[in-house]
Design a protein around this ligand. Structure first.
Ligand SMILES: [Zn+2]
Length: 279
């Protein structure tokens, strides 16, 4: 599943590719992708809109569009979920299997949304209602925004007795960390993943805050360059060789040489160094 750094790269690639283009028509082959909106309404809303920007909120990709004759813009919100991918095809390229949405552009190219597992989500909302949209309204501040400060983190930690590992995955409290990056951030900060959030010292909150930003920044910076929209994006491989604890059970810790430990809970694994991340 793509995590925030991977989604950030999809956003950047889309920005390079579709900003300035007009969607002349669209085709949806999977009604549940856009539910509860109907096919005809969805197509009508996006007809002849011009893409003026691509941004991100959490893991939602926001394709910002201008409608002819309207001052208020529209946003096409897309969540890739498990297997969603964008492709950018030429007019004579074959449409691959699982192409559930096709946007015909004014340069004879097609922007295609492909999703094998079919968990992806697409919504059209007006720009002014974006912040109240379901899935967006609940989100914690962006990890690189001013709002996501040490004080903010201290405050939300102080109100929770959940373990840090669980807490860091809650996107309404701390945004941007999936399982991999939560585990890596805790290792970087030298903090035990099973410690209750409200027991973290002020000094450790600062360390964890830094580690969260560093691990995301590092991941964004090190994702394999050169993926392109013709082939779609591949996820997951990019950061693997930089993982310090994730999927390294039994291997020596890069800092102290102790064996990395793993515990599985709720279908997810936590990895940590028993020495660097003592309770
Ligand atoms: Zn260690």
């Amino acid at each position: 599943m793509p995590e925030l750094p991977e989604v950030e790269h999809v956003v950047r690639a889309l920005r390079r590719t579709v900003v300035g283009r007009t969607i002349v028509a669209s085709e949806i082959n999977l009604p549940k992708l856009i539910a509860p909106t109907t096919l005809s309404l969805f197509k009508r809303k996006l007809k002849n809109v011009t893409v003026c920007g691509v941004s991100r909120r959490g893991k939602f990709i926001l394709i910002e569009c201008q409608r002819p004759g309207h001052s208020e813009g529209l946003v096409l919100m897309v969540h890739l979920r498990m297997t969603g991918k964008f492709l950018y095809l030429k007019a004579d390229d074959d449409l691959p299997k699982h192409s559930h949405a096709v946007f015909y552009l004014d340069n004879d190219r097609r922007l295609v949304f492909r999703d094998q597992r079919q968990f992806g989500i697409m919504r059209v909302v007006s720009q002014t209602k974006l912040n109240q949209a379901k899935g967006i309204a609940e989100l914690a501040p962006e990890p690189f925004s001013e709002e996501f400060s040490v004080d903010y983190l201290r405050e939300v930690f102080s109100r929770s007795t959940r373990t840090l590992k669980t807490f860091l995955l809650d996107q309404t409290k701390v945004l941007g960390l999936g399982n991999i990056y939560a585990v890596e951030a805790l290792f970087r900060a030298g903090i035990n993943p099973f410690r209750p959030a409200n027991t973290l010292s002020a000094k450790r909150v600062v360390r964890l805050h830094t580690a969260i930003q560093e691990v995301l920044d590092f991941a964004i910076g090190h994702i394999r360059a050169g993926f392109n929209l013709e082939e779609g994006f591949s996820y997951g491989e990019a950061f693997e060789r930089f993982w310090q604890v994730y999927e390294r059970e039994g291997e020596p810790c890069v800092k102290c040489g102790s064996r990395i430990r793993r515990v599985a809970h709720g279908g997810r694994s936590t990895y940590w160094c028993p020495r660097c991340q003592r309770r």
